[in-house]
Design a binder for this molecule. Sequence first.
Ligand code: SF4
Ligand code: SF4
Length: 296
Amino acid sequence: MAARSKNPDLDARPKRQAANRTSGLKNLIVKFCLDRGADLVGFAPVERWDEAGEVPPDFRPRAIWPPARTVIVMGMEMPLPIVETTPSIVHKELYDTSNRELDQLAYDLTRYLNRMGHASFFFPRDGYSSLRALRENNFAAFSHVMAAKYAGLGTIGASHNLLTPEFGPRVRLVSVFTSAAVPPGPMLDKELCIKCEACAKCCPKRAITMRKDRVIGDYDKTACLEMTEELTARRCYPCGICTKVCPVGKDRLLYKQAGIMKKYLKEAEALAANPDDPEYKPWSHVRKYGVPTAKK
Ligand code: SF4
Ligand code: SF4
């Protein structure tokens, strides 16, 4: 049996040292991620999936990889002026770039942690090979959105997107599973979604239906997938209109885009009446080039 000192300060020392070690590791991880371009970093202890009970058991981190103790979630911003041009080739290029950067960051962090002796691996930001795969089974093996919520990065809005205080839903995510117990931050205790209905009203497929009894709306995955199929045929996916119109996010202040909601809500109708409507010219100009036109 280990000897115990009579001095409570000395008794507490090993615990404090362990806490210092784990918070030291946390600082190293945060610095690593921020230095390599992450805009957001959060830490979700795997117990949060079990406590919340929202995610089916097979989709929880410990079911996927039993040694997991923490899921590290990283986010990168999708700049609003590009998202506003969706569907367009520049939006697709941004999507591809952010995905590539996120996977590279997660791969690098995985190896960084492994080199320090903390067994880790990463879950790439998208997990499907083709749209046919989604037609057959429209589910991901692991949800970065739920991981980000448990890591305290945001809350889930009516649109089923993760809403963050910094960028609203205009953020892409990736996750690293690690066997290290990293001290978590708190989860957000206030819903960010203000139930403004903009996502439901502007969705071209009417895939989102608001619910009176809860924040998260009903979501027609098949209707949303149809939109992706149409845009993929034109090489200008993803749709992302629900991320464009969401008023949540401090990025709107940076881009001085507060109070633009009316313009979003009228866009489809205005462009159907006049494809050259001058109010929408900057976006419709970008959309015109680099992709085939939509079939009527
Ligand atoms: S991505 Fe497009 S089609 Fe899908 S829910 Fe959002 S707005 Fe609707
Ligand atoms: S657009 Fe409005 S209703 Fe939809 S997620 Fe954002 S805040 Fe919520």
